[in-house]
Write a protein that binds this ligand. Structure first.
Ligand code: NAP
Length: 483
C-alpha cells in the first residue's frame, strides 16, 4: 500500500524523538524494510540484527552459486547498511542473545524478517534414515552456511539421487548435482562442496512431483537453464504430458505454466532422451507421491530407496485447485541420496504469536496480531515482513512490495501515535541494546567487521579465480571479523 505524501510529511512532526526501529533478519525482506523506513522517516534510526556474523540472508546462503546476477542486489543492501542512521549488528540471536520482549522494550518498532530456517516434513516412515536431507541443508552446505558445513552428504555410494518436490529449490539442487564441476569451479560455491561434487558418482537425478507437468511449481527461466546443461540426457514419459480438460483450463489462464508445459513437451522428444554411456540423466517423474523410505539391507540405518504411490488429480472443492490423491498403486525406486524439497518452514520465538497451520505469524498488512483467529488484537509496535509474514514463496523482489506494505503500516501507526510515545519518554534503542549485549558478553559483528570478512573472502577467491571463497566456520568468521 502506498503512503500518501501528506501522511509522509507528517511523520517527522509527531514526535521530536527519532523513531527507533529494530529489524531482525538481514535478508532481502530486512534490508528492503530498512531502506524504506530510512527514506520515509527523516531521522529514524534502524538497527538490523542477524544471528549470523554475515548479512544478506538468503542472498548469501540460498541463491545458487551459479546465479551471480541475482546476488548483485547486495550492493544496494550494503549502501543501506552504510547509511549513517542504519546499523547492521551481526552475531546476535533472537531468543538466545536477547528476547523478543526485551527488544520490544528497547525499540519503538520491531520488525521480524528472519525468514524460514527450517523445513516442511513429509511425515512418512523412514524419514530419519541417513542419506535423506532437506534441500535447505544441501543448499546451505554448498553455499557455505556455517551451520551445514559438516553435512557431508554421501555422493559416492550410489549413482542415483531423488529430489522430492518440483519447485525452484528442487531445480537448483538438481542443477548443482548435474552441472559439470568445471563450470561450478569459477562460482562462489564452497570449497568443501566443490571437492565433494568433483568426486560425486551421482549420474541419475529423479525430480519427483506428486502432481503433473501442468502443476509444476518451478519457473521458465530456471527450467530452461536445467534443460540446457551440457551433455545431459532428459527423460520424461510422454504419457505424463497428456492434458485433461481440467489441465487445459488451468493452463489457459496461466502463460508461465503453458510455457513450462511446452518446454517439457519439447524435452520429452525421443531425440532429447537418447543417452550415451556415462552420460548424466535427469528424469522428471510426475504423479508420484512419497509413501515411505526404504532402508538398505547392507548398510543399516541408511536409505536405499523410496516407495511412491501413483496419484491422480482431483479438484479440491475448498481451494478449487487440482490436488493429488493416491491410487493404491505403488512402485519403488532405488537411490542413495534423497533431497526433500517440499518447502521451507518458519519457526516462532518465545512471545511471538504464530499460526501453526499456515506456518506464518498472524498479521494484517505486516502488523502482528495476538492470535490467528477469533478476537485478535494488534500487537503494538510489532511487525513482520518476508517469509515469516506471507510464507516461503516468491522471488527476492517480492520482498520489496512486502516491505513497502509493512513500512506503510508502521508509518500509519507513527502518525496515529500507536508507535512512538507521545509522553516524551523515549526508548533506549541502539544504545540500550549495545549495553545489554555487552553485559551479556555477546561479541557483536558490526558492518565494518563484515567488510573484513568480505575482503578476506574475495582475497581468497581471487587466488582461485572465484568471486569469493566463503569462510564457512563460525570460528573463522568471528576470527576474521575481530582481527
Ligand atoms: P515451492 O515452489 O513451493 O515448491 C514446493 C514443491 O514441493 C512443489 O512441487 C510441491 O508440490 C511440493 N510438495 C509440497 N509438499 C509436498 C508433499 N507433502 N509431498 C510431495 N511434494 C510436496 O517451494 P520451493 O521450491 O522451496 O521454493 C520456495 C520459493 O523460493 C518459491 O517461490 C521459489 O520460486 C523461490 N525460489 C526462486 C528461485 C529462483 O528464482 N531462481 C530459486 C529458488 C527458490 P505441490 O505443488 O503439489 O504442492
Amino acid at each position: 500500500m502506498a503512503v500518501s505524501r501528506a501522511l509522509r510529511r507528517s511523520f517527522s512532526t509527531v514526535s521530536s524523538e527519532p523513531l527507533r526501529v529494530c529489524i531482525v533478519g538481514s535478508g532481502p525482506a530486512g534490508f528492503y524494510t530498512a531502506d524504506k523506513i530510512l527514506k520515509a522517516h527523516e531521522g529514524a534510526e534502524v538497527d538490523i540484527l542477524d544471528r549470523l556474523p554475515t548479512p544478506f540472508g538468503l542472498v548469501r546462503s540460498g541463491v545458487a552459486p551459479d546465479h551471480p546476477e541475482t546476488k548483485i542486489v547486495t550492493n544496494q543492501f550494503s549502501r543501506v547498511a552504510q547509511n549513517g542512521r542504519c546499523s547492521f549488528i551481526g552475531n546476535v540471536s533472537l531468543g538466545g542473545s536477547i528476547s523478543l520482549a526485551e527488544l520490544r522494550e528497547l525499540y519503538d518498532a520491531v520488525v521480524l524478517s528472519y525468514g524460514a530456517e527450517s523445513d516442511q516434513a513429509l511425515r512418512i516412515p523412514g524419514e530419519e534414515l541417513a542419506g535423506i536431507y532437506a534441500a535447505r541443508e544441501f543448499v546451505w552446505w554448498y553455499n557455505g552456511h556455517p551451520d551445514c558445513r559438516n553435512l557431508a552428504p554421501d555422493l559416492k555410494s550410489s549413482d542415483t539421487a531423488v529430489i522430492i518436490g518440483q519447485g525452484n529449490v528442487a531445480l537448483d539442487v538438481a542443477r548443482i548435482l548435474l552441472r559439470p564441476t568445471t563450470e561450478l569451479a569459477t562460482t562462489d560455491i564452497s570449497d568443501h562442496a566443490l571437492a565433494a561434487l568433483s568426486e560425486s558418482s551421482i549420474r541419475k537425478v529423479y525430480l519427483v512431483g506428486r502432481r503433473g507437468a501442468a502443476q509444476a511449481a518451478f519457473t521458465t527461466k530456471e527450467l530452461r537453464e536445467l534443460l540446457g546443461i551440457k551433455d545431459l540426457s532428459i527423460k520424461i514419459r510422454q504419457a505424463d504430458l497428456s492434458k485433461t480438460p481440467a489441465d487445459e483450463e488451468e493452463l489457459k489462464n496461466n502463460r508461465i505454466k503453458r510455457r513450462i508445459h511446452e518446454l517439457l513437451s519439447k524435452a520429452a522428444t525421443p531425440a532429447a532422451s537418447v543417452c550415451s554411456p556415462g552420460q548424466k540423466e535427469l528424469h522428471f517423474v510426475f504423479f508420484r507421491k512419497p509413501d515411505r523410505f526404504l532402508e538398505s539391507d547392507c548398510r543399516s540405518g541408511h536409505a536405499a530407496g523410496l516407495r511412491m504411490e501413483r496419484t491422480i488429480l482431483k479438484e479440491d472443492v475448498d481451494s478449487g485447485k487440482q490436488i493429488a490423491v493416491g491410487t493404491g498403486l505403488f512402485e519403488e525406486m532405488g537411490c542413495g541420496l534423497v533431497l526433500k524439497s517440499v518447502g521451507y518452514k518458519s519457526i516462532p520465538v518465545d512471545g511471538l504469536p504464530f499460526d501453526h497451520h499456515k506456518g506464518i505469524v498472524p498479521n494484517i498488512q505486516g502488523r502482528v496480531l495476538s492470535e490467528a483467529s477469533g478476537n485478535a488484537q494488534v500487537e503494538k509496535g510489532l511487525y513482520v515482513c518476508g517469509w515469516l509474514k506471507r510464507g516461503p514463496t516468491g522471488i527476492i523482489a517480492t520482498n520489496l512490495y512486502c516491505a513497502e506494505e509493512t513500512v506503510a503500516s508502521i508509518s500509519e501507526d507513527v502518525v496515529t501515535g500507536v508507535v512512538t510515545s507521545r509522553s516524551g519518554l523515549s526508548k533506549p534503542g541502539r544504545q540500550g541494546l549495545l549495553e545489554l549485549l555487552d553485559n551479556r558478553n555477546v561479541k557483536i559483528v558490526p558492518f565494518g567487521s563484515w567488510e573484513k570478512i568480505d575482503n578476506e573472502e574475495q582475497r581468497r577467491g581471487s587466488l582461485k579465480n572465484k568471486p569469493r571463497e566463503k569462510l564457512t566456520s563460525w570460528q573463522d568468521l568471528l576470527e576474521v571479523a575481530t582481527e
